[in-house]
Design a protein around this ligand. Structure first.
Ligand SMILES: Nc1nc2c(ncn2[C@@H]2O[C@H](COP(=O)(O)OP(=O)(O)OP(=O)(O)O)[C@@H](O)[C@H]2O)c(=O)[nH]1
Ligand SMILES: [Mg+2]
Length: 453
């Protein structure tokens, strides 16, 4: 990919729409745009101001009236000259505009190439570039909000003071080593206690950021929630009630659901993959047994399990066994369904009383699900939330390096060894922001973008 070419892409989705935006970036962006609109050069456009222009074909005939905006280098998204041409959103007009731009010397942009150029030109660091992609891909408003905070550079803002603390210690240690042989030197060699002190708070901060990924992953990738229980307790009914959609088949025949039925929804801003499963019981036909195997698999894969009991029936051995299994599997909630009917169940544990029929308690259950998914420390996590596995790994590496350094200081090892740990912490942090990231990793990141961004 030659980053000196002038590139063009459709910045809006293909198809018919009110407007469609063609975006140009590179040294020749204004020349290409001028050629498309029959202008002599960019001289008649004011940067950052929309200008009315005619998109013209080779004969000079007007094809569309467009609004053209020129962002003069380096004050643009990519850091290069950028021209955005807002055409009417007719596929033929947009195709013509693209082809004319290609004919005038522009090249089709690769996926994420505009953002890659912004990164290459030092306009944004790597986490911000990745956040732009996440913002575009977001499916809930909460996801978008988190991504937009990150696109604002929040990760770099949080790691910068940590990096400075580590750098300060490196400077002290380096000076100490250089002057150690010189007995008359005035430079103090930092004591172990001092080193431990200056490493412990950056280590804690990095560790906390890395750990926020367990929640951040759910924000980014969504949560799997499996609804399990005996046959006929009302799992499918509850599934439909939560979805507010008549999605799964409900009958009074036990063993109605035979396969995992899943549907996406949002709870508390988190994308949730809700899974209705086959009721668990013994001694049934082959199809149902296979379905039950899938129930166990869904439960094992789930981030949260919702065990459903039927409050109008006495609690059975099977209920208790399932509660035990859910408990062993990890985070779980219990719903006592059919609370509209006379109650015959003793309560074996804390549960949310609901009725999938009257919808009583469904909102409370939804709230309980939201709370069960919330991170332990509460909502304060927003600011420091890490939603990207690459970031979490590097933050963990950086924290581990500091922990190793602290151990070295405690063991009274030579400062040369401690320095190695400090440098490997810095290296992880540099890789995080893209200061020293290998090309293949960059390619992998930018290839996951859509064209035109
Ligand atoms: N009165 C009352 N009936 C309910 C309630 N929820 C479900 N039912 C009834 O219970 C029966 C079973 O409901 P389903 O949702 O199919 O139960 P299920 O747990 O999915 O059953 P399987 O798929 O067979 O495992 C149906 O006749 C529902 O109408 C409730 O809250 N109150
Ligand atoms: Mg069912």
């Amino acid at each position: 990919m030659n980053l000196r070419d002038t590139i063009v892409a459709l910045a809006t989705p293909a198809g018919r729409s009110g407007l469609g935006v063609v975006r140009l970036s590179g040294q020749q962006a204004t020349v290409v745009a001028a050629q498309l609109t029959g202008a002599r050069d960019a001289g008649q456009w004011t940067p950052r101001r929309a200008t009315l222009a005619q998109l013209r074909d080779a004969d000079g005939d007007a094809v569309d009236q467009v609004l053209l905006t020129w962002f003069r280098a380096p004050h643009s998204y990519t850091g290069e000259d950028v021209v955005e041409i807002a055409c009417h959103g007719s596929p033929v007009v947009l195709r013509f505009c693209m082809e004319a731009a290609l004919g005038a010397g522009a090249r089709l942009a690769g996926p994420g190439e505009f953002t890659l150029r912004a990164f290459a030109n030092g306009r944004i660091d790597l986490p911000r570039a990745e956040a732009v992609r996440d913002l575009i891909e977001s499916t809930t408003l909460y996801q978008a909000k988190i991504a937009s905070q990150q696109a604002d550079g929040s990760l770099a803002r949080q790691t910068r003071p940590i990096k400075e603390q580590v750098l300060a210690l490196i400077a002290q240690l380096e000076a100490g080593i250089d002057f150690a042989e010189d007995a008359t030197s005035e430079i103090d060699i930092p004591a172990s206690s001092l080193i431990l002190g200056s490493l412990s708070s950056p280590e804690t901060a990095l560790r906390r950021m890395a750990e926020s990924y367990s929640y951040g992953r759910m924000v980014q990738e969504g949560v799997r929630l499996a609804i399990v229980g005996r046959p006929n307790v009302g799992k499918s009914s509850l599934f439909n009630a939560l979805l507010q959609q008549d999605r799964a088949i409900v009958t009074e025949i036990p063993g109605t659901t035979r396969d995992v039925v899943s549907e996406r929804m949002a709870i508390g801003g988190l994308p949730v993959q809700l899974m209705d499963t086959a009721g668990i019981r013994e001694g049934t036909d082959v199809v149902e047994s296979l379905g039950i195997q899938r129930t166990y698999a869904a439960m094992a894969d789930a981030d949260l399990t919702l065990v459903v009991l039927d409050l109008s029936q006495p609690v059975t051995e099977e209920d208790l066994r399932l509660l035990g299994q859910a408990h062993a599997a990890g985070p779980h909630l219990v719903a006592g369904n059919k609370c509209d009917l006379p109650r015959r169940a003793a309560t074996p544990c804390a549960l949310c009383e609901v009725s999938a029929t009257t919808l009583a308690g469904v909102e409370t259950l939804r709230e309980a699900i939201r709370e069960a998914l919330l991170p332990a420390e509460g909502a304060a996590v927003d600011q420091a939330l890490v939603t990207n596995a690459r970031h979490a790994n590097l933050l963990r590496q950086a924290a581990d390096a500091l922990a190793k350094g602290m151990q070295a200081a405690r063991d009274g090892l030579p400062h040369e060894l401690l320095l190695i740990d400090c440098y490997s912490c810095l290296q992880a942090l540099d890789e995080l922001t893209g200061a020293t990231t290998a090309d293949d990793i960059l390619n992998r990141i930018f290839n996951s973008f859509c064209i035109g961004k």
